[in-house]
Design a protein around this ligand. Structure first.
Ligand code: A3P
Length: 334
């Protein structure tokens, strides 16, 4: 994928991916005079400011974080790199933190070129024009979260550049799913709408099993999405970022990314300071300019029934094991 009109380009794309988990609750009930075992999902359905009826569940919009970077210059398609970002994996934090590097320029908006048929039909020139100005020695990064999970995207990117590098940021799957839910919940609350509780969405009330139709759950099955990408790209073209560690210890994670991207190490501890009020690391660009991420990053999650969490973790466990095996990066996920 190439961009920027005047000239020739070099670019790199990044996509981030993450996933969610669903879980369910089983109880034993004695009904009438019959002793029978009945799976119950004692999950209260509604959650919202006005206690109205549940609103119909619509297919949740999947946004996948794609970080996409490119350079102006004489770069060929082979020089383009692409990174996958998973929604609620810490995609914004990673993008902003990488932008601390003097050789990295970020596109401020999500472009949604590869995941949106209408945009894709507009062609690569359209895409390039969406990119910010960058000098030939710089990398431009874009993040459009739907790339990781959208079926057509790997092939489209492969057609653009088969040797692109991909970066995937993941968090512990259950936490990511709850984060995903929290974002949607906040949107509903803003519109003064009621919404289901997480437990209700994550657990199928008929089977009391994890509801794999719930997108926040499906997204957290990282290995499933990655396997689709692996039909096009070898695992060596991916780097996995630990989104949980990016929160608590961002520098070593960023240094691994610098290495993967063949960037000279430029991000230092000076660039990252912990803000106790926010409870997160913030960014220091120089002596006068620093910033924290927006308040929409780092939301307080609603409390989730522990049995549901346990169920979800159990559900994700085998997928996680496979993910570790494929990627060669192991996390201490339960
Ligand atoms: P929560 O809101 O669940 O805490 P994304 O940008 O992909 O939507 O990811 C959002 C997540 O980034 C937040 O999830 C937050 O935990 C995480 N994050 C990582 N580093 C952060 C930082 N320095 N400031 C704020 N949020 C950060």
């Amino acid at each position: 994928m190439l961009f920027k009109q005047q000239a020739l380009l070099r670019q790199k794309l990044f996509v981030l991916g993450s996933l969610a988990i669903g879980s369910l609750l089983y109880l034993v009930a004695r009904v009438g005079s019959l002793d029978r075992l009945q799976p119950l999902c004692p999950i209260d359905g509604r959650f919202g400011p006005r206690g109205q009826d549940e609103i119909p569940l619509r297919a949740m919009q999947f946004k996948r974080g794609l970080l996409h970077e490119f350079r102006k210059g004489n770069a060929t398609k082979e020089q383009i790199r692409l990174h996958n970002l998973v929604r609620k994996g810490g995609t914004r934090a990673l993008l902003e933190m990488l932008n601390l590097h003097p050789a990295v320029v970020k596109a401020s908006q999500e472009i949604h070129f590869f995941d949106n048929d209408e945009n894709y039909a507009k062609g690569i020139e359209w895409y390039r024009k969406k990119m910010p100005f960058s000098y030939p020695h710089q990398i431009t990064i874009e993040k459009s979260p739907a790339y990781f999970i959208t079926e057509e995207v790997p092939e489209r990117i492969y057609k653009m550049n088969s040797s692109i590098k991909l970066l995937i940021i993941v968090r512990e799957p259950t936490t990511r799913a709850i984060s995903d839910y929290t974002q949607v919940l906040e949107g509903k609350e803003r519109k003064n709408k009621t919404y289901y509780k997480f437990e209700k969405l994550a657990i199928d009330p008929n089977t009391c099993e994890v509801n794999t139709k719930y997108k926040a759950v499906r997204t957290s099955i990282y290995t499933k999405h990655l396997e689709r990408w692996l039909k096009y790209f070898p695992i060596e073209q991916f780097h996995i970022v630990d989104g949980d560690r990016l929160i608590t210890e961002p520098l070593p994670e960023l240094q691994l990314v610098e290495k993967f991207l063949n960037l000279p190490p430029r991000i230092s501890q000076y660039n990252l300071y912990f803000n106790a009020t926010r409870g997160f690391y913030c960014l220091r660009f120089n002596i006068v300019f620093n910033k924290c991420l927006a308040g929409s990053k780092g939301r307080i999650h609603p409390e989730v029934d522990t049995s549901v969490i346990t169920k979800l973790r159990k559900f994700f466990h085998p997928f996680n094991q496979k993910f570790y095996q494929i990627t060669g990066r192991t996390f201490k996920w339960p």
